[in-house]
Ligand binder design. Structure first.
Ligand SMILES: [Zn+2]
Length: 333
């Protein structure tokens, strides 16, 4: 307990500790999704797409609040309990008063109640009598009172982070854990590249060229790398670009849509079919989920390949032009 005590003590009282932890976690999420160093996109959305349902800063607050509760239900003659009572009754600031008077009372939209607010003196007395009773009461306190309030704070951060241009909350309305079943899927060598492509497109609606080492994360390209259409965005690639028709048709047939007419689903329908809900796509048939990820993954890979080629050609043109301009100087030299 005392190693945990000192760890929490050393972190929660540092100004900006929660923010620094959240920033570090967001950088992990970007790295996991293959976009290390990306500057685009709000942090909570990066975390959400990794299935991390709690920000590290919130975890730090949870640990601090639970440590305070744990000390409160120790036997009355336990040295840590005696020290805690002195700290809480003093008018001087201490770790315990900061947790009680700031974190629990003012930091979140809802006040986190103290143990004595939600349990009777008799229940607390029973908890003091044995380790087993103590753990049971603390579990109830954490699950019934602490976690829901902190989770609501994380959920609000996610809701505030979404943006109207690409309505992420339409696809992932709640914070949800990464389903373990996903670890079992195998679509061949490109499985996780396709998953990451799909996740980044789902999160931000941007061309994920950073992930494929051929650019950044632009929202709009001056022209489609596949067909040359002007002002091309992801919506064009997935719902309109002639170069991705065969990929679309393959997906649509597997998803039970007719493709005889040559027309695609309207974007308002297609976007939800392709991106809605990370968890649900595994049920009842995970092949449907795989199909949409493979369609998006292959379409983006095709675009990235065309984008790299056109970039290479443009670079060669620039070199040739530069060489032509320099030629007279070589002759004169
Ligand atoms: Zn196109």
């Amino acid at each position: 307990m005392f190693s945990l005590f000192s760890l929490v003590l050393s972190s929660v009282l540092v100004d900006g500790a929660a923010l620094a932890l959240n920033r570090m976690q967001a950088n992990w999420a970007k790295a996991v999704l293959g976009c290390k160093g990306a500057v685009e996109g709000p942090w909570p959305i990066w975390l959400s797409e990794c299935g991390w349902d709690q920000r590290l800063g919130m975890l730090m607050y949870e640990r601090a609040i639970m440590l305070l509760a744990r000390l409160q239900v120790l036997p009355m003659d336990h040295p840590a309990k005696i020290l805690l009572d002195v700290a809480l009754s003093s008018n001087r600031d201490s770790w315990a008063t900061v947790v009680r008077d700031h974190f629990m009372s003012r930091l979140f939209l809802e006040v986190v109640p103290m143990l004595s607010d939600v349990f009777t003196p008799g229940e607390i007395q029973v908890a003091r009598s044995s380790q087993h009773a103590r753990e049971g009461l603390l579990d109830r306190y954490r699950l019934r009172w602490v976690k829901p309030i902190l989770r609501g704070f994380d959920q609000d951060a996610l809701a505030n982070a979404t943006f109207s241009l690409w309505p992420y909350l339409d696809y992932q309305p709640d914070i949800a854990r990464f389903p373990d079943e996903l670890l079992e899927v195998d679509w061949g060598a490109e499985t996780w590249t396709f998953y990451k492509i799909w996740a980044v497109v789902k999160a931000f609606g941007r061309w994920p060229f950073l992930l494929l080492n051929c650019g950044e994360l632009p929202r709009l390209l001056s022209h489609c790398p596949c067909c040359g259409a002007p002002s091309a965005d992801i919506i064009h690639l997935l719902s309109d670009c002639p170069a991705t028709w065969s990929l679309y048709a393959e997906w649509a047939v597997s998803a039970g849509y007719a493709v005889d007419s040559g027309a695609r689903l309207p974007w308002s329908v297609l976007r939800l079919d392709l991106f809605a809900n990370r968890v649900a796509f595994l049920y009842p048939d995970c092949k449907e989920g795989q199909g949409r990820i493979i369609f998006v993954g292959k379409a983006i890979s095709l675009a990235a390949s065309c984008f790299s080629s056109s970039k290479l050609e443009a670079d060669i043109d620039v070199l040739l032009h530069s060489a032509r301009c320099s030629a007279p100087l070589w002759v004169e030299g």
